[in-house]
Design a protein around this ligand. Sequence first.
Ligand code: M6P
Ligand code: ZN
Length: 191
Amino acid sequence: MTYKAPFTKWLELDSGKFKDPALIQTRHLSDLKGLFSDSEAETSLLKDNPLIYEVYLAYDGDFQEGQLGYSTTLIYPGKVGNEYFFTKGHYHAKGDRAELYYCIKGEGYLLMQTPEGEVNAQHMTAGAGAYVPPYWGHRTVNTGKDVFVFLAVYPADAGYDYGSIAEKGFASILVENNGKTELVENPKYRA
Ligand code: M6P
Ligand code: ZN
């Protein structure tokens, strides 16, 4: 038996970035093309192609069953039309894998849905530990004025299914309406 060596990764709490990440993923608007409900607003903002979010992956081991992956996500503040910036969102390829999101700073929502379209939205500010149960698709949304940062911990073999979200979208979206955040039906959702 060979044992994986224990290790520590340090998170800079001010920035939300791991000091020595295994990988940094950057997602610009062009990577999320077609996901926002207001297609016109999306097309016009594509000229600037803003950075929407970054993922700092801390875990740099293998993705075998039993291991845990962990990362921070930094979603920048902003909107496409009246819809707040969000992550692509995914189901786990191994659907029965759960995940934990712990908010470090900022404000936002963990938006979840079942394959049948049932929706759940958990409000997150610093200190919130929100649970994604098995089989729920999940996306995070920055509804605040500053960067929204959270730590995610998940079974390393969970994997990603982005296809269902790309095809159907999310059943609900978070928009600003008269200065207030509202959860409304997504006109582009294909049930
Ligand atoms: C969290 C975790 C990651 C995920 C990231 C961005 O950090 O859930 O596994 O990759 O958010 O979300 P997405 O992959 O949907 O773009
Ligand atoms: Zn996940």
